[in-house]
Design a protein around this ligand. Structure first.
Ligand SMILES: [Ca+2]
Length: 381
């Protein structure tokens, strides 16, 4: 790999062409060392899979519902002004604040410039992090933040609502009117407004909900559940259309498979995904927001279901490939192709085709390998 110092010189030429001043670049990048803890965090990500239930438990942990209600009261005036300006309900913003920085308690203490330079040099998502580094330099150039205060997560997300630098440049709001969009300081007002502006730009519909838990009718077709299907409510076998959703455009997901809770989602869920493109995250924001606002918690229980670790996910994919299904690679990531392959395997074995890669499914595959072979022999006979 290209040495970090050499990469820095090359990036400096790129930044100069993009209009960053030589003085700022010298001040910011000269002699900057890479941060190896950032690389370690980046590589640790795929293993850190949680089951839908464990993710939700963690999201609602740390007493976040009660603390969120307190925050809702403490910041009621600012949140009301934000709702007027951007149409995003206060509890949604408090839930995002809770998940992103534990209501401001964990805003991140990594040097954002150094983290982004390290990740851009490492190369796995070089263009993304080069663009974020340029954005971070523009924040410094504009005087919105000092170098010393420009701190955030290991991946460069900053402040109470963990905005990436490019999102800050596009959406940051000076709601308190002091002339600066300050998402780094103790006061969360600008950060909450900036998060609302980002959601509004992502298509958030004022007055609509993110989604809600629903009960499925027996005719519900699990093979067609999932975020790639948006259809009129009448096309889904659900008991009722929840209030606050547009019946013309609904998706239904079962994050823990057919035996777990089901959710009807509206377009606001997609706006949450534009904030952070991880469905368990968006679902946790919605559920936490509802609890903070005093709505009921989930009615359906989560199934006992340990998440598959990286090796187990790879084994699941390998078994599907060996059985003749296309998983789009054996990479430990259960993406759309793997989900489709799981559904096909489930249909082949007279199971509900929910596409859910669970420990139970893997156990059944392991146990069934011999039984399948016996079945095919007896079919031939
Ligand atoms: Ca301000």
């Amino acid at each position: 790999m290209e040495a970090f110092a050499q990469w820095l010189r090359r990036f400096r030429r790129l930044a100069l062409r993009r209009g960053i001043s030589a003085a700022l670049l010298d001040r910011t990048l000269a002699g900057l060392p890479p941060d190896h803890t950032v690389i370690a965090r980046d590589r640790a990500q795929p293993e850190a899979a949680l089951s839908a239930r464990a993710y939700m438990d963690r999201a609602l942990g740390r007493n976040r519902v009660a603390r969120g209600r307190t925050a809702l009261r403490d910041h009621a005036d600012a949140l009301a002004r934000i709702e007027t300006a951007f149409g995003v309900a206060p509890e949604i913003l408090v839930a995002i604040w809770g998940l992103e920085s534990d209501l401001g308690a964990v805003r991140g203490d990594f040097d954002v410039i150094r983290s982004l330079a390290t990740l851009a040099h490492e190369g796995r998502r070089a263009r993304l992090f080069e663009a974020q580094l340029l954005a971070a330099l523009r924040i410094l150039a504009a005087g919105d933040c000092t170098r010393a205060r420009l701190r955030g997560s290991w991946a460069g997300a900053m402040g109470h609502t963990q905005l990436m630098p490019a999102s800050y440049l596009a959406h940051a709001v000076d709601l308190d009117g002091d002339g600066r969009c300050d998402i780094w300081g103790e006061d969360p007002t600008d950060a909450l407004a900036s998060a609302a502006a980002l959601l509004a730009a992502g298509g958030w519909n004022a007055g609509m909900r993110w989604g809600a838990e629903v009960r499925l009718l027996p005719a519900f077709d699990h093979a067609r559940a999932g975020l790639d299907h948006w259809r009129p409510a009448a096309d889904w076998a659900i008991e009722q259309v929840p209030d606050g959703l547009d019946p013309a455009q609904i998706s239904v997901v079962c994050p823990a498979g057919a035996r777990g809770p089901a959710f009807a989602l509206g377009p606001n869920f997609r706006a949450l995904l534009r904030y952070n493109n991880a469905p368990p995250y968006a679902l946790a924001v919605g559920v936490l927001a509802d609890r903070i606002a005093g709505r009921a918690g989930l009615a359906a229980p989560w199934p006992e279901d340990a998440a598959l670790g990286f090796r187990d996910r790879r084994e699941l994919q390998q078994r599907l490939v060996d059985a003749g299904y296309d998983t789009g690679g054996v990479d430990g990531v259960l993406g759309p192709a793997s989900i489709a392959a799981i559904r096909a395997w489930q249909q082949q074995h007279a199971m509900v085709p929910d596409g859910h890669g669970s420990a139970e499914l893997l156990a059944r595959m392991r146990a069934g390998a011999g039984a399948d072979a016996r079945d095919s022999r007896s079919d031939d006979a």
